[in-house]
Design a protein around this ligand. Structure first.
Ligand SMILES: *Cc1c(COP(=O)(O)O)cnc(C)c1O
Length: 373
């Protein structure tokens, strides 16, 4: 049986006509950059998220960088990030001459630990960047409270949790990525809302920040050839906007399909003692960008080798804590060990999850995994 980690092709075939027609239109009009498709997607995405401003850009890493430039951080300022995340989050911090202060994550949610944030705050701390890892939001209510107390910026890395809802203790429900001062996302093809190339977006409810983010992403200009600030060049192109525009109306059903896969796995692995299925926090809807198990008894690498032999795709997100990466050795404050991060790097394994999985494929994977134990 052929199983893919992600199946972008089968998903495309279901909306092929609309996408092909839209792309042909871009070709016919040659409005490759800043075509009307970009504006339309921006507005549709604002409406979907319930946010005042969406600034489309070239990729998720740019989104994070532009966000960090917009809040006026200066070299030497400290930015708090989880040590267990994709490299992009810390990379842009270091790139701007800021100091990534890495803190531990919770062993159950995989997201940044609240006490860890509090302990890491110094008088140089200016910003917190929570990452909604694998599709589940960090504890944003607690994070916003800390940020308010210490006057810190909050930039959400929502690259893995687009479409997810977050519910505050007073019952207010919002989309993740719209809670912090700025939210960032990626439309990399395998993301929950992916285009067919690179793409990203920045979100904010603040009018001033919205204008500044737009300016920075466009060479620091609001009026052509008049450059107020040093910016960069980061655009979503019209072809990618066509793809995203076609997929956005399906995003909620895509999230549902992923949750169904996760439910199937959960039920199937409930009786396997050595496997810990993903924890689901009560304050958010998990959109399962990844389905990530914890393998106990030191058997993770053995399971991985077995799955490779069985031709069942699997991935280790992420095998090395950020503070152990060569690139960050100089900037990670001499940090050497965070308990949960270290443990997770040794225990996690992600199984195939996407919108097109059949029960037959799922049963096959589950049977093989159970046969291993
Ligand atoms: C994918 C991803 C990014 C970066 O997105 P790109 O579009 O590849 O630049 C940033 N942060 C996280 C958590 C991601 O998963």
């Amino acid at each position: 049986m052929v199983i893919h980690m992600v199946d972008v092709k089968s998903q495309y075939l279901k909306i092929k006509e609309e996408i092909d027609r839209g792309i042909q239109e871009v070709l016919d009009t040659t409005a490759f950059i800043n075509g009307p498709q970009v504006k339309k997607f921006q507005q549709d995405f604002e409406a979907y998220l319930g946010v005042k401003h969406v600034i489309p850009c070239a990729n998720g890493t740019d989104a994070l960088q532009i966000a960090m430039m917009a809040v006026g951080l200066k070299p030497g300022d400290e930015v708090i990030v989880p040590a267990f995340t994709y490299v992009a989050t810390a990379e842009v911090i270091a790139l701007l001459g800021l100091i990534p202060v890495m803190v531990d994550v919770d062993a159950d949610t995989f997201n940044v630990n609240i006490e860890g944030i509090k302990a890491a705050i110094t008088d140089k701390t200016k910003c917190i960047v929570p990452v909604h890892l694998y599709g589940q939001a960090a504890d944003m209510e607690a994070i916003m409270k800390i940020a308010e107390e210490h006057k810190l910026w909050v930039i959400e890395d929502n690259a893995q949790a687009i479409g997810s809802d977050y519910t505050f203790s007073d019952g207010r429900k919002v989309k993740t990525g719209t809670i912090g001062h700025i939210g960032c996302t990626s439309f990399y093809p395998s993301k929950n809302l992916g285009c067919y190339g690179d793409g990203g977006a920045i979100m904010t409810n603040d009018d001033n920040l919205g204008a500044l983010l737009l300016k920075i992403a466009n060479h620091g200009q609001s009026v052509r050839y008049y450059h107020d600030v040093v910016g960069c060049n980061s655009r979503l192109d019209s072809i990618q906007a066509v793809v995203l525009g076609a997929k956005l109306p399906h995003l909620d059903s895509y999230c549902d399909a992923r949750r169904k896969v996760a439910d199937f796995y959960d039920a199937s692995f409930a009786e396997v003692d050595a496997l810990e299925t993903p924890f689901r926090a009560s304050y958010t809807t998990h959109v399962f960008h990844q389905y990530t198990l914890k393998v106990k008894d030191g058997r993770r690498d053995e399971l991985k080798q077995y799955l490779d032999e069985q031709k069942i795709p699997n991935m280790i997100y992420y095998p090395v804590p950020l503070y152990k990466q060569e690139a960050f050795k100089a900037s990670s404050n001499g940090l050497e060990y965070l308990d949960n991060t270290e443990e997770l790097c040794k225990e996690v394994i992600s199984l195939p999850i996407h919108t097109e999985m059949s029960e037959e494929q799922l049963a096959y994977i589950c049977d093989k995994v159970k046969a291993f134990f």
